[in-house]
Design a protein around this ligand. Structure first.
Ligand SMILES: NC(=O)c1ccc[n+]([C@@H]2O[C@H](COP(=O)([O-])OP(=O)(O)OC[C@H]3O[C@@H](n4cnc5c(N)ncnc54)[C@H](OP(=O)(O)O)[C@@H]3O)[C@@H](O)[C@H]2O)c1
Length: 429
């Protein structure tokens, strides 16, 4: 059998790029078909920056786009990041030059996936991105390959390790959000600018990609509804636990009769639910299929080793000639992503009110909910020091979100209610 050597151009030598170089140095024969991979070139911003791997023997390209189109490079491995700019230019250039691309770039795929898929398919080369979602845990292959015989109705899980670390620490230590975020930044778990993570945008990118793979639609990041963890209050973490729940940042993509919804929001999961038990920087995902039923995967969502392993798996697919449409269906056949009116979603909810300690309050709250048609599942009134009032918390049965919002507005206007009521959804899966 003739063995081929695949010449890789690696753009980006940060956490993932250095992790990949380290992996390839120790495992040159990793691909199952027996072909070999060698590094034909590397590119990053700074040639002289100290790095955890030796690049002195590797050919250096100042310009990742020039590397992507070099005759000496067979495959571009894009590990720069960002939805636009150099990463996009290099990926486009490689695809147009009929070179396979492997990337870990969730922002790029979520925001430009359809146009890049069209270029890849016109050039008849693969565009692979296993590492873009859940790092080393194989969620992309699961949906793109293993689930094609089923009809997926929902995917939901914990897709951002930074937020999960912050919420887990807040739960375990009782410390407020700002203090835990500062510690996460000191320990290198959160970026200096944490907006992408704590604002929910990173999870939104990943959920957008999963929705495209699960439902055969074009990724459409603008249609995702995103709420981060910045407003999660220690009081709600404590009260939710009293009711038997833990608060998690949930990313969910649901296929419904009239369209597809992609949403990221803090939600309650029962303490015995696998999402509640996914702690620290771990990621987790439920996939609901019509025939297979419910699948649950959990594993590392980031880090040099796990993410480089996912990149290597994609490189291996290139070497073994695996070739599928980028998002299950050819780019030209991808359905438009129809956003659902969020107010029509039905959710179970956790509602927290701060009230004056006076008679009749509970009756007034119960009556307001009954008038709106919201039925109560569980109820807790618990004095909490320094809460600024007596907290009343309750969970509801399923109700349309427009109805829940209406009930919230009405409760906010009750005389005894001293602060804006807080509502969190209960995880949908
Ligand atoms: N970190 C993870 O655990 C993880 C997990 C899953 C997916 N990802 C994705 O993997 C990608 C890389 O992430 P990372 O954490 O490895 O990022 P990183 O540590 O910030 O590294 C980024 C690399 O890109 C280079 N770079 C930045 N701008 C460039 C430009 N204009 N031209 C050439 N090179 C440029 C940087 O060069 P210098 O080194 O010279 O500054 C650096 O080597 C991102 O898309 C990220 O979302 C990361």
């Amino acid at each position: 059998m003739v063995r081929r050597t695949w010449r890789l151009g690696v753009a980006g030598l940060g956490t993932v790029g250095a992790g990949l170089l380290d992996f390839l140095a120790g495992n040159p024969d990793f691909a199952p078909a027996g072909d070999r991979a060698e590094i034909a070139g590397v590119s990053a911003r700074s040639r002289s920056r100290p790095r955890p791997v030796d690049i002195s023997h590797l050919r250096w390209f100042d310009d990742p786009v020039a590397m992507a189109t070099s005759d000496d490079v067979d495959v571009l491995v894009e590990l720069i990041g960002g939805s636009d700019g150099t990463a996009k230019a290099a990926v486009e250039a490689a695809l147009r030059a009929k070179k396979p691309v492997v990337t870990a770039n969730k922002a790029l795929i979520a925001e430009h996936g359809r146009e890049l898929a069209a270029i890849a398919e016109a050039s008849e080369v693969p565009l692979l991105f296993e590492a873009a979602v859940m790092g080393g845990t194989p969620a992309v292959k699961m949906l793109r390959e293993a689930m094609v015989g089923d009809e997926v109705s929902a995917v939901a899980g914990i897709l951002n390790g930074t937020c999960n670390f912050i919420l887990s620490e807040m739960d375990a230590t009782g410390r407020p959000f700002a203090e835990v975020l500062a510690e996460a930044q000191r320990r290198g778990y959160a970026e200096a600018d944490p907006t992408m993570d704590v604002g929910g945008f990173d999870a939104g990118h990943k959920a957008t990609i999963l929705a495209a793979l699960a439902f055969g639609c074009a990724p459409c990041f603008e249609a995702a509804e995103i709420e981060g963890v910045q407003a999660v209050d220690q009081l709600d973490i404590r009260l939710a636990r009293e009711l038997g729940y833990r608060i998690k940042l949930v990313a969910a993509a649901l296929r419904e009769a009239d369209g597809i919804s992609v949403r990221v929001y803090p939600a309650l999961a029962r303490l015995d639910h696998p999402l509640a038990q996914t702690s620290g920087a771990l990621n987790a995902l439920f996939i609901q299929g019509k025939r297979i039923g419910r699948i649950f995967i959990q594993g590392p969502g980031a880090g040099a080793g796990p993410t480089a392993a996912a990149v290597a798996a994609d490189i291996s697919d290139v070497m073994t000639g695996q070739h599928r449409p980028v998002f299950q269906k050819p780019a030209g056949e991808l359905k438009p992503f129809t956003r659902i009116d969020a107010s029509r979603h039905a959710s179970r909810a956790y509602i927290r009110l701060l009230v004056r300690d006076q008679p009749g309050v509970i009756a007034a709250v119960s009556e307001t909910l009954a008038e709106c048609g919201v039925s109560i599942d569980s109820f807790l009134q618990k004095p909490v020091e320094d809460a600024g009032g007596v907290p009343i918390v309750l969970t509801t049965h399923l109700a349309p979100e427009s109805v829940l919002r209406d009930a919230m507005d009405r409760m906010a206007r009750l005389d005894a209610v001293v602060a804006e009521p807080r509502m969190l959804r209960i995880a949908p899966i």
